[in-house]
Write a protein that binds this ligand. Structure first.
Ligand SMILES: [Zn+2]
Length: 66
């Protein structure tokens, strides 16, 4: 368990379970989708703005339409 600060509402909350860069979670206060971008110190950012962390690009969806 580790404490971190929500970048959206600035509230402190605890993260439980596996903590890795790229892990997606939700703020318990504002329900914002957040992603872990750094571990020491534990830092969260908005999931939507961290496109480079996503490992599944959506580009492949278009190729199946042809
Ligand atoms: Zn929040």
């Amino acid at each position: 368990m580790a404490k971190t600060t929500c970048p959206s509402c600035q509230s402190n909350f605890n993260l439980e379970g596996k903590l890795e860069i790229g892990t997606i979670t939700k703020c318990s206060e504002c329900k914002e989708s957040l992603v872990i971008i750094w571990l020491f110190p534990l830092t969260m950012d908005f999931q939507q703005q961290n496109t480079f962390i996503r490992k599944q690009p959506k580009i492949k969806l278009n190729s199946k339409l042809h």
